[in-house]
Design a protein. Structure first.
Length: 426
């Protein structure tokens, strides 16, 4: 038995979906533990492309139980759309289950997220505008609605009597938005109850308990370590905990259940939204990486910011993410490059101070410049290679250097989007 967590080791979009898809094959239960429909995961299997936001990609395999945990936030209509799209593509969703403790993204959360982003002159986060931050804010403020509330009219009514007066005051006075009547929210909740009904897992404790016995559990993270609300580039982060530890709080399993944490890193770095990015390339090389790597957001379609591999954040990710091995994706994007750079430290342009560990105060990142080491490219198409030994020498040297920096092994190398385009190293 092996229980494995998959986390993004950078700012999200590292190709986690492909890695979770590969590991899901040998898992019995797959749990998504945080985030919401801000995530966008693409899986290419049997020449078909599947797009996921919330539903674990393990649903593509027959008979796997896919559980959306308590740490997630769910927008009902988006969930419904995603389920319907999968059904239309011939995917069986009967093993899809949702925790009754997951939080609901309400229409006012999306309105507030959009308003905050659209009107921000300073401090814009560049969110996905899916209402993620406001939903988690209400959860922490004990003003949120949980899926289980939808099936208890008494609890819902009592909660709305507490929540709505305050919510409406804030919507009107702070944001200049329209208030909601209790009747309107109650009617919406009746609709949501119908949407979720086939999937709510009221016996989730039995599910988790029975899965403790000799089953393989895969914990699927969304976003990445650098977007973690506690350890990321705060405030330019999402509002949940994508780090390995988030798997426990978001799933209902304790830390003793976890055997392995696999970090997923691209061979370069991308980020969407605002916030510091020391190795960002705003030049032709950055454009080249974006174009070859198809770096445009799955959820928002935004062009992703691109840059060289940043070993400072990688080492930080290994530490706070609790990583035991790394999966390196999109390495084939460098097939035509003469040289590949890796940032091994940051230099403060004000006083020349060198940072080998990640400086967490992001307000000073504008003064930092990357210290690079340069590696020779391999100038070979590696997308058809399936064995580590067959990789070009320069590629193996590059991977060996990264392993030395990470101080954990690279377990998987991905050389293309398809399931088959994968090299299992150890
Ligand atoms: P939010 O999660 O929509 O609140 O956005 C907060 C930050 O996280 C923004 O910079 C988003 O671009 C980023 N973000 C959220 N989800 C993802 C993702 O799945 N991939 C990459 N970035 C994300």
């Amino acid at each position: 038995m092996s229980n494995t967590v998959v986390v993004g080791a950078q700012w999200g979009d590292e190709g986690k979906a492909k890695i979770t898809d590969l590991l899901a094959k040998n898992s019995d239960l797959i749990i998504r533990y945080q985030g919401g429909c801000n995530a966008g995961h693409t899986v290419v299997a049997d020449n078909k492309t599947y797009k996921f936001h919330l539903i674990p990609s393990g649903i593509l395999y027959e008979g796997k139980v896919c559980f959306i945990g308590a740490g997630t936030v769910i927008h009902p209509e988006t969930f419904e759309r995603e389920v319907n799209e999968l059904i239309e593509q011939g995917i069986d969703v009967k093993n899809l289950k949702i925790s009754p403790l997951a939080s609901i993204t309400m229409p006012y959360h999306i309105e507030v997220d959009g308003y905050s982003e659209d009107t921000a002159t300073k401090g814009k986060i560049g969110t996905t505008k899916k209402g993620i931050g406001p939903t988690y804010t209400d959860k922490a403020a004990r003003m949120g609605l949980k899926i289980e509330d939808l099936y208890s009219p008494e609890a819902l009514s009592e909660k709305l009597d507490v929540i709505l007066p305050l919510k409406n005051k804030t919507l009107e006075k702070v944001y200049g938005l329209q208030p909601y009547t209790k009747e309107c929210i109650t009617a919406l909740c009746e609709k949501y109850a119908q949407i979720f009904k086939p999937y709510v897992c009221f016996d989730w404790q039995e599910l988790l308990h029975s899965s403790k016995k000799g089953k393989n559990i895969l914990f699927e993270g969304a976003q990445g370590v650098m977007l973690d609300v506690d350890y990321g580039t705060y405030p330019f982060v999402t509002s949940s905990n994508p780090i390995g530890g988030g798997a426990c709080t978001g799933s209902g399993y304790g830390p003793t259940m976890i055997d392995e944490v696999i970090g997923v890193s691209k061979a370069y770095v991308t980020r969407v939204g605002e916030g510091p990015f020391v190795t960002e390339l705003k030049d032709e090389t950055g454009d080249k990486i974006r174009n070859i790597g198809h770096e445009f957001g799955t959820t928002t379609g935004r062009p992703r910011r691109t840059g060289w591999f940043d070993a400072v954040i990688a080492k930080y990710g290994v530490l706070v993410g609790g990583l035991t091995s790394m999966a390196l994706t999109k390495i084939d994007v460098f097939d035509s490059f003469d040289e590949i750079k890796v940032c091994v430290a940051y230099k403060d342009t004000r006083d020349g101070k060198i940072y080998n560990t990640y400086p967490t105060n992001v307000y000073m990142h504008k003064y930092l410049e990357p210290v690079y080491e340069t590696h020779k490219g391999w100038k070979t198409d590696i997308s058809g290679i399936r064995k580590y030994e067959d990789l070009p020498e320069n590629c193996k040297k590059y991977l060996a250097r990264l392993e030395e920096i990470f101080e954990i092994p690279i377990s998987i190398v991905s050389v293309g989007p398809d399931r088959e385009q994968t090299i299992f190293k150890n």
